[in-house]
Design a protein around this ligand. Structure first.
Ligand SMILES: NC(=O)c1ccc[n+]([C@@H]2O[C@H](COP(=O)([O-])OP(=O)(O)OC[C@H]3O[C@@H](n4cnc5c(N)ncnc54)[C@H](OP(=O)(O)O)[C@@H]3O)[C@@H](O)[C@H]2O)c1
Length: 342
């Protein structure tokens, strides 16, 4: 494992583990995953040197925090625990109360990184950060982070806090390469961290899904990247990934992760539906891409133009209506050889 060169008491691993999948109905991995596999994935991750674990109060309505908290018990000092506040009415007393509730579910007396899940369009960060400052002062929160923030708002959040806002957790992958242009250079210059979520574009970059074999869980049904036409458009990007993967005796998913974490300011938090995926993702931390490989992938990424936003809505509706009758679409349970449903 490799670690970020940032002065935190527990070093932050370049590959972390995202735990939205834990106890979440939307991912549909079933009860055996929530009750057993998730804990085994966390324990194996710790054995392999992963320190960064990301969750949120909203994942599985607190269930992800509970599952993660139980799984790390006994390893508290070797993990860097990150959770998130959903900023609904984020006035200081509410921020305090929600942090206490998250810490209780996690079973810890300190949250290593407390992140604002998304920018609140109505409440300014000057208000939210008053609550965050209190939490830091009493030691319940070590570092403050944000998520889904622009560079401008990240900077404003830092001014409001009056000290560093360590990280910004954003969607960043070969399918969503935008942060490479602004957030990553900003983090490199300021000694801050970009935490890449959905670094595998929710599995698209593994090459496992095609226009005729799509995942059918709720989360991905609402992700336009999995529209049949977008999966077809992704073929060029996947071909470029396979070419680099062959040269490294690696998988496309591993190369997709290696691409994202190449900057010293970036860590990635892929989710995993199995131990095998976790082990494969961890191994990606040790892959070094050459400059020309990184650039060739970036070029392929720029050429990938999926239909997203409002333009994707009619096709999403058509795909949703057709989902139940598609013989080619697989449920996650089928795809993973698992039984049971969430
Ligand atoms: N801050 C935010 O707003 C926000 C938003 C989204 C996510 N997140 C965080 O980021 C984490 C990761 O993002 P994500 O879960 O959306 O997407 P992701 O990490 O890109 O994709 C995870 C999915 O990809 C598949 N996968 C993982 N490793 C694989 C491998 N080695 N080979 C093949 N397939 C593999 C698995 O699905 P299948 O096996 O079912 O294909 C897995 O559930 C989340 O758990 C959460 O902690 C944060």
């Amino acid at each position: 494992m490799r670690y970020l060169d940032i002065d935190t008491p527990t070093k932050i691993s370049k590959i972390g583990l995202g735990t939205w999948q834990f106890g979440s109905r939307g991912w549909g991995y079933g009860t055996s995953y929530a009750d057993r596999d998730a804990a085994a994935i966390v324990q194996r991750a710790i054995e392999l040197g992963v320190t960064l674990f990301d969750t949120a109060e909203v994942y599985g309505r607190g269930r992800s925090e509970r599952i993660l908290g139980q799984a790390i018990a006994g390893h508290r000092d070797s993990v860097f625990l990150a959770t998130k506040l959903l900023p609904v009415a984020p006035f200081p007393p509410i921020v305090h109360q929600r942090a206490v509730a998250s810490a209780a579910r996690l079973g810890v007396s300190r949250i290593d990184l407390y992140q604002i899940h998304q920018a609140n369009p109505l409440v300014k960060d000057t208000v939210i950060m008053r609550g965050m400052r209190d939490l830091q002062r009493i030691g319940l929160v070590a570092e403050v982070g944000v998520s889904n923030y622009s560079v401008r708002r990240w900077r404003a959040a830092e001014e409001a806090l009056g000290s560093r806002v360590l990280s910004n957790q954003v969607s960043y992958s070969l399918a969503v390469p935008g942060p490479a242009a602004d957030l990553v250079p900003y983090a490199e210059e300021k000694g801050r961290v970009v935490m890449a979520y959905s670094p595998l574009a929710q599995g698209l970059l593994s090459g496992r899904y095609t226009g005729s074999s799509r995942p059918s869980n709720q989360v991905r049904a609402f992700n336009p990247l999995f529209l049949p036409a977008n999966l077809e458009r992704a073929e060029g990007l996947l071909a470029a990934l396979r070419e680099v993967a062959d040269a490294h005796d690696a998988t496309p998913a591993q190369i997709a992760l290696a691409w994202v974490i190449r900057s010293p300011a970036v860590t990635a938090i892929p989710g995993a539906s199995s131990l095998r995926q976790l082990e494969s993702n961890v191994a990606a931390a040790d892959i070094d891409l050459a400059d020309d490989e990184w650039q060739a992938l970036r070029d392929a990424s720029v050429r990938f133009r999926p239909t997203t936003g409002a333009a994707a809505v009619p096709a999403m509706v058509r795909a949703r209506i057709g989902t139940g009758n598609r013989s080619g679409s697989q449920t996650n349970s089928q795809a993973n050889g698992q039984i049971g449903s969430a």
